[in-house]
Design a protein around this ligand. Sequence first.
Ligand code: SAH
Ligand code: SF4
Ligand code: F3S
Length: 464
Amino acid sequence: MTRKLFIKTFGCQMNVYDSDRMADVLAPLDFTPVQTPEDADLVILNTCHIREKAAEKVYSDLGRLRAKQDERRLAGKGEMMIAVAGCVAQAEGREILRRAPYVNFVFGPQTYHRLPDLVREADLAGADKQSLNRVETDFPAEAKFDFLPEVSPSGPSAFLAVQEGCDKFCSFCVVPYTRGSEFSRPTADVIKEARILVAQGTREITLLGQNVNAYHGADGKGREWGLGRLIMGLAEIENLDRIRYTTSHPGDMDDALFAAHGEVPQLMPFLHLPVQSGSDRVLAAMNRRYTVDEYLRIVERLRKMRPDIVLASDFIVGYPGETQADFAATLKLVETVGYAQAYSFKYSARPGTPAAEMPDQVDGAIADARLAELQTMLNNQQTTFNRETVGRVLPVLFDRPGRHEGQIGGRSPFMQAVHVEADESLIGQIADVDIEICRAYSLAGRLIDGDESGAQNGIRRVCA
Ligand code: SAH
Ligand code: SF4
Ligand code: F3S
């Protein structure tokens, strides 16, 4: 009998990828994904531990799920299984079962290939959670990727995990503890998965890793490929039109990767290269292992290799010991680089990380004010960049229906969301769009056909 599977994904793209793979692993057990937890036979929360807020959200969600689980049991509709996966599962393990004993089982990011066994055990235990009480959070010796089934179709734009884990130990970050040490998939496995995706209609692949440019996969001949070499290899796949990678660390930008930006047209001119802070003092305290000057030189070199490249970044404000002068240095860096997109966060002290133990924790209200100031600046830069693309013709990969009927949505090479009025049959295609309107976070335009030039069509262009 077909059962309904609802997976709620928190956190980064790696979790999005993992959630899809969980669905792949459960397909042979006749689980079909559904869009809401209502009536689901199995609900998996694939969680994120990066900031306190993200981690706490899990418990409020669990509270709501418990009510649904009770309702369903009372209505005689059988057991709704609840599982917690991802980075909170890894970090808190048994604590989750203590705080939420109605959870059936808990499993970490390295063990989801064992899901079928966990589900079978939960089936046997039924409502008797105590007899099950399973927490799978070891970092098993076998690589989980070897045990995963072939990827199922992922749409025009797909994620492909090439690397997992992190050995950098930035002082604020939980990832090295939740995802374990760095592991790179062998090149042949990555290329095979990419070929399967492309054969299923995928046109764009985003290579994923917590530290994706630390990739060092074995090629089967005793050699190791870095990410640059891997991208060159992937570029040979016919009909793979776009390649991206995320998230990268400035310290792992090597010559081959710079070269790939210059030589591989499929590698899109957009790079998310988190800097975190514009103060050398704070960067050192964060254990980021680069200076502002080194970061700026990387940006310069990227722009030399690929003049149209635009950058995105992550920032943390209110890191312990951050002074007003440190913060001013961050604003200065933002002004110098000019970002097309950015994520900025208020520092969140995470248990077990060195920064959480540091003196000089910054007052919350001061951090809030700094965050607001930084975000205003970053939003302005994003709007300025979007405005600059109005009037240009950009190739857009359409990957979804739009919000309104008759509309479809996609991405420009620079990761901007673009909407046009067009038939859904265009989803999965790349087409030229005359960009006419820019809104806060997206662009709208008109499909152009043949040699019609966007600059000559006389349409009034607006920018909100
Ligand atoms: N591997 C990536 C980042 C992964 S975490 C890198 O090295 O850049 C995603 C983002 O969350 C980070 O870039 C950082 O800006 C933010 N972040 C991580 N830990 C945080 C914390 N304790 N408080 C606030 N933001 C944090
Ligand atoms: Fe976290 Fe730093 Fe690793 Fe990024 S590089 S995942 S911020 S420890
Ligand atoms: Fe969050 Fe884990 Fe990703 S902590 S950001 S889900 S690696």
